[in-house]
Each structure stands twice: as structure tokens, then as C-alpha cells.
Write a protein that binds this ligand. Structure first.
Ligand code: 5CA
Ligand code: ZN
Length: 478
């Protein structure tokens, strides 16, 4: 059936595999005629829907969702000096309304601090208004000059979750940073994606932040992908936007703030980390279709099998599973191939012999096959799906573990990077040594103070100057 279109390249050719899979599995169409802008197919959009409802569910525990405008007036955008410096080369400007030049240019938000904080200045009055924890999920625009890639580096980020919180003290904002990190851990656990959390070097922090904590994962080719960041903003923005509260002694104080962002890179990670030579593998928690039923509709028993399959579908649906019954007029083999490409975690096959034996054949996307009792099918399916999630998690963790390599010298670091690994090297923390590491290894410093069971915390002599250094993650990044 794939004669005309050829076959999916093997996953070992990761970038070809990734680009090809996006259209074959109908996730993204890259043919939109503007660079860095891509189209979600319905199937891809449904994956997005489930992934983002999980994210919303976690955020909604203690944040509120709101919606701010896309356009930011120039004078607001230009208030925070470091922020401007960080983004000035990436901003799209709206300069005309029809043919009339605008008196005030309008920025398309690259992120929304400067849209949200003027409103926070109005909303926050006293310590009783705090903490304030608001998020939105919107599109943002960045004129990226590095190579654009679907879901990874976009000029229109279509699915930007940004959380913006306001607190009284610096310590309280720090506690919020920790709480956003915990939320991120939970989110990625439901996607079965292992993450490495570390502190970005000072020169690489978010423009306008006190410090930045980054969340990275390792893609199959060894390149790291930053799939989230949490920033402690201190009072940088509250000073420029005048966000103050009256403390319990009646004194006006500048608030402390955090912000936190996740984009559709989380779906790039989902695809890259889990997929195989046959296509997508979706974790059950976010799979658009969790169970596909393929009835074996041949011969005299056609009507009988169809009725049994419909009863099975109804039972699984009412138990809350996302189920699809495939009765298309195609060979069963072609249907298997179709749903494997699209990553459905579990396929149930039902033929006359299964029905007679009181069984249903369960075939997981990971290639395991075992009959389930028809009578206890809901528990059976639950168990199999939980097993799939565990196996996906374990496999992905093994990959990250195997990707991390401790190196005590630049030569050892380069050797690891060239093997497609992420290196952990001792670095003294000086900018000059950091620059030298990046230059001599043609890679980037991801961060220090890694919080990961996979990364040793042990430091050593800085690979450049020999002074005492901290364990530092160094990788080739997307
Ligand atoms: N205001 C802060 C927090 S919301 C902010 O903008 N942080 S950020 O610049 O680090 O972006 C948050 C996350 O968005 C990043 O960690 C990265 O995972 C993702 N991201 C950034 N730029 C792009 C892009 N061009 N395409 C896709 N995802 C991106
Ligand atoms: Zn050094």
C-alpha cells in the first residue's frame, strides 16, 4: 500500500524519519508558504488536544487561565531594557492599519510579559491580592534566524503555554519556581518522557530574569531539546511595570515574579523519544485513539463478528477509553500498518475463533501479543495500557541514561559528543571558560546543578583552567 509513497526511513536516520513521519502520520503539513509556519492536521491537532488538556488539568489545580491580546504597544514592549535586548532581533512589528501608518507600532508578542504586566500593575493592590497565578495558551511569534523545524523551532509558536505569577517575597517566588518544576515533572511523566532539569548559565538566562531553570530531554540522535523553562524574575519587571503591593505595615513594596513556558516542543519530544521504524508510538494517557478494534470480517460469520465487535466497542467506550472501530474494506494487515504508523498503543483483534473461545487478541504497539478474557476485558485493557506506559517510560529512561557520559577533559567531552552523547564535565563557572568549552566542543552548556537521577553531581577540575568546577551538562542542542 505504500508502494507509491515509498517507505518511512528508519529511525536511525532521525531527521529524515522525523520529517517524513510528520506528514505520513498526518501530524503537521509543512507546505504552508511562509517559512517557520506549519499546519496542524486534524490527527496531529487531536494529539495536541490531549497533551494540552493534561497540561491544563495540572495547571488548573492552582493557577487560573486568562487571555491577553496578541498586540503589544511599542512603549510597553520597550520598558524593560534586558528584555528588549533579548528579543529585539526576533520581534515582528505591525506598522500599518490598512494603508495608514500606525502612530504607535505594535509588536506581535514573542512572549507576553509586556502584555500582561501593565495589567498586573492595575490588578495588584495589596498583599491580599497575592499570590497571583495566571496562565494562557496562545500563539506567539519569533523571527527565528536559526534553522526552523516543525514543532521544534517555529516562527509562529502555536501552542505556547505561559504562566506568570506574582508574589510578595523573593523566597516565595523561588518556592513557586520549585512548584512549576514539580508540575513539569508530572506533565512529562504522563508523556513517559524523561527530563533533565538544570540551571542555565547566567549569560543564557531569560532576558530580565534573576535565574533560569531549564528542562531538557535527549532526542534519539543525541541532540538535546529544551522543552520548558522556569524563570525567577525577581523584581526586574515589577520595577519597570510598577507592580507594587501594600504590605501589612501599609508600605508599598515591589512584587517578586516568576514565569514559566512550554511550547509544542513537548509534542516534538513525544514523537522523537517514543517513535520507531513503524511510526509514532503514543503514550496511552495522551493517545488520540487508545484502542483500535479490528474485526476480522471474513466468510459466513461476518454479521456475528461485526455485532460482537460493536458490543466490545460500546463496553470499552462506556468504561471511558478512547476507542475506534475500523470496519473499512481493507485487508487486516493494511489496517495494522495504518494504526501502527499513527501510534495507537493497543490493537484488539476479534475474529470468529476469538469469539468462540471467549477471548480478544490484544496486540500492543510495542509488539507484544496476548489474548484477553472477553468477560474481563475492561480490566484487561487497563492492565495492558498501564504496562505499555511503564515499558515506554523504561525504554526512554534507558536511552537518556545511556546518553549521558562523564568527561574529565575537552578531548573526552568531544569524543562523547561525537558519539551522539551528552557530556557531563567539570566547569569552574567563569564565562571565559564556559565560552572556551562551547567553542572547543562545538556545543552548548546546558546547565549546572542538574537534578536528575541520571547525572552525577560530582565536580572536579575545570576542563579549561583546572580550578575546582561543578558538574556541567554540555550537549549539541536543537
Ligand atoms: N516568558 C518566558 C516563559 S513563558 C519565555 O518566553 N521563556 S522561553 O523563551 O524560554 O520560552 C519557553 C519555552 O518555549 C522554551 O523553553 C522552549 O521550549 C519553547 N520555545 C522557545 N522558542 C521556541 C520556538 N521558536 N519554537 C518552538 N518552541 C519554542
Ligand atoms: Zn575554568
Amino acid at each position: 500500500m505504500d508502494d507509491e509513497l515509498g517507505a518511512l526511513p528508519p529511525k536511525s536516520q532521525f531527521s529524515e524519519w522525523y520529517n517524513d513521519l510528520l506528514w505520513r502520520a498526518e501530524v503537521m503539513d509543512v507546505r504552508y508558504p511562509v517559512k517557520g509556519l506549519y499546519v496542524w492536521y486534524p490527527y496531529g491537532f487531536a494529539i495536541r488536544k490531549h497533551v494540552y488538556s493534561r497540561l491544563r488539568e495540572l495547571l488548573d489545580r492552582d493557577h487560573q487561565e486568562a487571555l491577553f491580546p496578541l498586540l503589544i504597544p511599542e512603549q510597553e514592549f520597550m520598558k524593560e531594557a534586558e528584555h528588549i535586548k533579548g528579543f529585539e532581533d526576533e520581534v515582528y512589528w505591525v506598522t500599518h492599519g490598512g494603508t495608514t501608518p500606525l502612530e504607535v507600532k505594535l509588536a506581535l508578542r514573542p512572549t507576553s510579559e509586556t502584555a500582561i504586566y501593565p495589567m498586573y500593575a492595575l490588578w495588584v493592590r495589596s498583599h491580599a491580592d497575592l499570590p497571583l497565578k495566571i496562565y494562557q495558551i496562545v500563539n506567539t511569534f519569533r523571527y527565528e534566524t536559526k534553522q526552523t523545524r516543525p514543532l521544534i523551532r517555529l516562527r509562529e509558536i502555536t501552542s505556547f503555554m505561559e504562566s506568570h505569577t506574582v508574589h510578595t517575597t523573593w523566597d516565595e517566588a523561588e518556592a513557586q519556581v520549585e512548584s512549576e518544576i514539580a508540575l513539569t515533572r508530572e506533565f512529562y511523566a504522563s508523556l513517559c518522557i524523561p527530563i533533565i532539569i538544570s540551571k542555565r548559565p547566567d549569560w543564557d538566562k531569560f532576558p530580565g530574569a534573576d535565574y533560569t531553570i531549564a528542562v531538557d530531554t535527549v532526542m534519539p540522535n543525541g541532540r538535546t531539546l529544551q522543552i520548558g523553562t522556569v524563570h525567577h524574575l525577581g523584581t526586574h519587571f515589577s520595577k519597570t511595570f510598577n507592580i507594587t503591593y501594600e504590605d501589612d505595615k501599609g508600605v508599598q513594596q515591589h512584587a517578586n515574579q516568576t514565569c514559566y513556558g512550554i511550547s509544542e516542543r513537548c509534542i516534538a519530544a513525544l514523537i522523537g523519544v517514543h517513535g520507531d521504524d513503524k511510526g509514532l508510538i503514543l503514550p496511552p494517557a495522551v493517545a488520540t485513539i487508545q484502542v483500535v478494534i479490528v474485526p476480522i470480517l471474513i466468510g459466513k460469520r461476518h454479521d456475528d463478528v461485526l455485532a460482537s465487535a460493536q458490543a466490545l466497542e460500546a463496553e470499552l467506550k462506556s468504561a471511558g477509553f478512547r476507542v475506534k472501530m475500523d470496519t473499512r474494506d481493507m485487508r487486516p494487515g493494511a489496517k495494522y500498518y495504518w494504526w501502527e504508523l499513527r501510534g495507537v498503543p493497543l490493537r484488539l483483534e476479534l475474529g470468529p475463533r476469538d469469539i468462540d473461545g471467549g477471548k480478544v487478541m490484544a496486540v500492543t504497539r510495542l509488539g507484544e501479543k496476548k489474548p484477553l478474557e472477553r468477560s474481563g476485558v475492561v480490566e484487561g485493557v487497563n492492565g495492558v495500557l498501564a504496562g505499555i506506559a511503564e515499558a515506554m517510560k523504561a525504554k526512554a529512561e534507558d536511552h537518556v541514561k545511556a546518553s549521558l557520559c562523564t568527561a574529565g577533559s575537552i578531548a573526552a567531552c568531544n569524543a562523547s559528543l561525537n558519539e551522539g552523547k551528552v557530556a557531563v564535565v567539570p566547569w569552574c563557572g567563569d564565562r571565559a571558560c564556559g565560552d572556551a568549552i562551547e567553542e572547543q566542543s562545538n556545543s552548548s552548556i546546558l546547565g549546572t546543578e542538574a537534578r536528575s537521577p541520571y547525572v552525577s553531581a560530582e565536580g572536579g577540575a575545570c576542563v579549561i583552567c583546572g580550578k575546582p568546577g561543578k558538574a556541567t551538562l554540555v550537549g549539541r542542542t536543537y
